[in-house]
Design a protein around this ligand. Structure first.
Ligand SMILES: C[C@@H](NC(=O)c1ccc(Cl)c(S(N)(=O)=O)c1)c1ccccc1O
Ligand SMILES: [Zn+2]
Length: 237
C-alpha cells in the first residue's frame, strides 16, 4: 500500500517510491542555534489570516489537516525570507506517542511533543499543485508545541501564533511524500503552549479507517535529514 509511518512503510522506506528522499534539500533538519547566521536583510514575517476562509478539518490518514479557501489573497504570508504573496492552503500537525518526541524539526537536538505546519503557496503560480513542484513554490511556517495548561479558543490560526515571530529559515522540502524540494521553511523560535489533555486528543486520532483494526495516529513525524551544506539564517529579534 501507500506510505505511512509504520516499520514497513515509514520514513526509512520512502526513498523506494520517492528517491528525492535522499536529495540535497530535504526536511526536516536539526537547527543548531549557534550556527544560524543572523541576516539583517530578512524582513519581519507578515501573517494575515481570515478565519472565515477555513473550509473543513479532515483526517487524511497521515495527519489531520484544516483546509482553507485559497481563491483570494485573504489568508496570506508576506515578508520574512520570501518575496511576493503566499496563500494559506492548509495547516496540520505532527506529534509523538509521548511528550518526549513528535516534532519534525529539532533545535540543538531537542524534540518538542508536536509541530504545527502552516502551508502556503506562491501566487506567482496558478495553484498549490503547480507551486508544489517549483523551488520557490511553497512556504511553510513551523511552530513548536510544548506542554502546559492552556485553553484552546475557537479556531482562528492567528491564535496559534506565538507573540514573537523570530524565526530560522532555510531551503527544504515537504516532510511527507512526495518530499518535493519546493519549501522555504520558516521555523518560529518561540513555541506555543498546548495542554497534555489536548496532546492526548491528538493521540486518540486514528491512522486506520472505519472497520479496520484500530491504529492510533501517533509518531507521524520524519526525523532530521542531512543539511548537505545548506545555510540556516535567523531573523532579527
Ligand atoms: C500528510 C499530507 N501532507 C501534506 O498534506 C503536506 C503538504 C505540503 C507540505 Cl509542505 C507538508 S509539510 N509536512 O512539509 O508541511 C505536508 C499528505 C501527503 C500526501 C498525500 C496526502 C496528504 O494529506
Ligand atoms: Zn507537516
Amino acid at each position: 500500500g501507500g506510505w505511512g509511518y509504520a516499520e514497513h512503510n515509514g520514513p526509512d522506506k520512502w526513498f523506494r517510491n520517492f528517491p528525492i528522499a535522499n536529495g540535497p534539500r530535504q526536511s526536516p533538519i536539526n537547527i543548531v542555534s549557534a550556527e544560524a547566521a543572523y541576516d539583517h536583510a530578512l524582513q519581519p514575517l507578515a501573517l494575515k489570516y481570515d478565519p472565515s476562509n477555513s473550509l473543513d478539518i479532515l483526517n487524511n490518514g497521515h495527519s489531520f489537516q484544516v483546509t482553507f479557501a485559497d481563491d483570494a489573497d485573504s489568508s496570506t504570508l508576506t515578508g520574512g525570507p520570501v518575496s511576493g504573496t503566499y496563500r494559506l492552503k492548509q495547516f496540520h500537525f505532527h506529534w509523538g506517542s509521548s511528550d518526549d518526541k513528535g516534532s519534525e524539526h529539532t533545535v540543538d537536538s531537542k524534540m518538542f511533543p508536536a509541530e504545527l505546519h502552516l502551508v502556503h503557496w506562491n501566487t506567482a503560480y496558478p495553484s498549490f499543485s503547480e507551486a508544489a513542484s517549483k523551488p520557490d513554490g511553497l512556504a511553510v511556517v513551523g511552530i513548536f508545541l510544548e506542554g502546559t495548561q492552556t485553553s484552546f479558543a475557537d479556531f482562528d490560526p492567528s491564535v496559534l501564533l506565538p507573540d514573537s515571530l523570530d524565526y530560522w529559515t532555510y531551503d527544504g522540502s515537504l516532510t511527507t511524500p512526495p518530499l518535493l524540494q519546493s519549501v522555504t521553511w520558516i521555523v518560529c523560535k518561540q513555541p506555543i503552549s498546548i495542554s497534555s489533555v489536548q496532546m492526548e486528543e491528538f493521540r486518540n486520532l486514528l491512522f486506520s479507517a472505519e472497520g479496520e483494526p484500530e491504529r492510533y495516529m501517533v509518531d507521524n513525524y520524519r526525523s532530521p535529514q542531512p543539511l548537505k551544506g545548506r545555510k540556516i539564517l535567523r531573523s532579527l529579534k
